[in-house]
Design a binder for this molecule. Structure first.
Ligand code: ZN
Ligand code: ZN
Ligand code: ZN
Length: 253
């Protein structure tokens, strides 16, 4: 299985518009963070988790010419506002895109992208089939998917385990029975917003604590704010089995 980190930034991305801080002005490409998303490939199946405002750039950067499905963790703008750009895949495949998400997320998509779901659609609108996601394992082509329920302050969100890999973003609470589903993984990509605490995201020390509990061979941080500091400084603070993720990092699992 191959996992590509398409974006590792928080909702505003890094650099932040108009910010003059050291991180936002850094010349290091590892400090340029598009909105968080990953691509997972196994055999002939290729899926993306989350479609934020940088989706177009992410698909172009990685020369992605086909996608079998999209999984959505939740409906915040930084995870769904690229959905209009699935049109290219609609044309290439001559079919709607399968979009897996829970019923609450579907309801919000129908409202936010009302033109996609209109009875009399404007010609050329994106086409998507919304497929129910609940807390049960399923398969997309050759990729096994185990949803993991986590909480983003009070908002229920899904993380996902794919075989020996798991992706958890936008949360700061997880029940023990959901942690149980993560034991035995090889690689974990997990959100860590910044060093200071936050109402709806794990901070660095909380993420490290959960990584220690799950104990994967290797963990990478994602959904990072400019307040987390530069990649080159952050990596020095982390234990050997944890690294800051960066855009374009490819993991072979
Ligand atoms: Zn987010
Ligand atoms: Zn900044
Ligand atoms: Zn969110």
């Amino acid at each position: 299985m191959r996992v590509t980190l398409l974006g590792t930034g928080t909702s505003q991305g890094v650099p932040v518009i108009a910010c003059k801080c050291d991180v936002c002005r850094s010349g290091d490409l590892k400090d340029k963070r598009l909105r968080s998303a990953i691509m997972v490939e196994e055999g002939l199946t290729r899926i993306v988790v989350d479609v934020g405002p940088d989706f177009r750039q992410q698909m172009l950067r990685h020369e992605v010419d086909n996608l079998d499905a999209i999984l959505l963790t939740h409906e915040h703008a930084d995870h769904i506002f690229g959905l209009d750009d699935i049109r290219s895949f609609n044309w290439l495949r001559k079919s709607p895109m399968d979009v897996y998400c829970e019923p609450r997320v579907q309801k919000n998509l129908r409202s936010i992208f009302n033109y996609v779901f209109a009875v009399n659609k404007y010609p050329g609108t994106p086409q998507m089939d919304l497929i129910d996601l609940d807390n049960k394992a399923f398969k997309i082509g050759q990729i096994p998917v185990i949803p993991i329920r986590v909480y983003h302050y009070k908002l229920p969100v899904y993380g996902f385990r794919f075989g020996k890999f798991a992706y958890l973003t936008d949360f700061n609470r997880i029940e023990d029975e959901e942690v149980d589903k993560l034991y035995g993984i090889d690689t974990l990509v997990i959100c860590a917003l910044r060093k200071a605490t936050h109402i709806s995201h794990l901070n660095l020390s909380e993420a490290l604590e959960l990584i220690h509990k799950i104990a994967p061979r290797k963990a990478y941080l994602t959904h990072m704010s400019h307040e987390m500091g530069k990649h080159s400084d952050l990596i020095k603070l982390l234990p050997p089995d944890v690294e800051p993720g960066y855009d374009g990092l490819v993991l072979e699992i």
